[in-house]
Design a protein around this ligand. Structure first.
Ligand SMILES: C[S@@+](CC[C@H](N)C(=O)[O-])C[C@H]1O[C@@H](n2cnc3c(N)ncnc32)[C@H](O)[C@@H]1O
Length: 263
């Protein structure tokens, strides 16, 4: 069984102490240049919800769609879909039963079957049972994007759509020792991250090999104010947040919204 990202231990502890966490991903600001540090921090949860809304909008949900959210975290996006589209059946899937328990507690619904513990690379569903798949900022954790795409293709019905946001990192033009320190820190703080240095071309090749047509929107600039929350300064030394912030500054981090249509 793949490893659960260690940063969720801290999230679960915070929830135990009364915190409400809907989303565990970067935020999206429509006008990132107009946002200073304090507004960015105050608006972080709202910007996270905005990023999730962007992904849901791209799904173009229709009555009768069956939807699966892969790597659903604490279920914030699943709950949002249930509220905005009451007639649609949504399942949340996660490798971590503890997150699923929180998600199930928060949805106020009796149906436990809507929360499934499984690996994104081995989806426990028959072929062609979903019209829409969602995966918000989770695929970089999976053992292989290629295998995930093959699984997504299998469980989608013909014409079905997978919408995801994903972080793609290119190796920065820095000394070898710094690159190694960056990779180690990312793996320690935000791992598993099996293929740290990759590219959009590689993702496109994986998607097309699986049988999808891919559309890409680059939202990197819209996520920048997130670093005022996850890496506000360097006092804590080299953290995973600082590494992402520096890669963003160097133009080596791309935050992508992907829409994959099953041909
Ligand atoms: C960055 S969080 C995003 C969570 C959620 N999508 C959100 O937007 O709030 C990544 C999520 O992927 C889940 N995950 C990691 N590896 C997984 C795997 N192999 N299969 C299924 N879920 C996985 C994690 O447990 C976590 O919930």
């Amino acid at each position: 069984m793949p490893r659960v990202p260690a940063y969720f231990d801290a999230c679960l502890e915070a929830i135990d102490q009364g915190a409400a966490i809907d989303h565990v991903h970067l935020g999206h600001w429509d006008q990132p240049d107009a946002v200073g540090p304090s507004r960015a921090r105050a608006g972080f949860a709202r910007a996270q919800a905005r990023l999730s809304e962007h992904c849901v909008d791209r799904l173009e949900l229709r009555t009768g769609d069956r939807v699966l959210d892969v790597g659903c975290g604490f279920g914030g996006t699943v709950r949002a879909i249930r509220q905005s589209h009451p007639g649609i059946a949504v399942i949340g899937l996660n490798i971590d039963v503890r997150q699923l328990a929180v998600a199930h507690r928060g949805d106020g619904m009796p149906d436990k079957a809507a929360w499934v513990a499984a690996d994104a690379c081995r989806l426990p569903f028959r072929d062609s049972v979903f019209e829409k798949l969602l995966c918000v900022e989770a695929a970089f954790h999976f053992a292989s994007r290629q295998i995930f795409f093959e699984e997504a293709y299998r469980v989608l019905s013909p014409g079905g759509v997978l919408v995801m946001s994903d972080i793609v990192l290119a190796k920065p033009p820095l000394p070898v020792a710094t690159i190694a320190a960056f990779a180690d820190r990312l793996e320690a703080d935000y791992g598993p991250w099996p293929a740290i240095w990759t590219s959009l071309d590689a993702t496109r090749a994986d998607a097309e090999r699986a049988g999808f047509a891919l559309e890409v929107t680059d939202a990197t600039a819209n996520t920048w104010p997130s670093y005022h929350t996850i890496a506000p300064d360097d006092r804590a030394g080299l953290t995973g947040g600082v590494v992402l912030r520096e890669l963003h500054r160097l133009g080596c981090l791309r935050y992508l919204h992907l829409r994959l249509e099953r041909r």
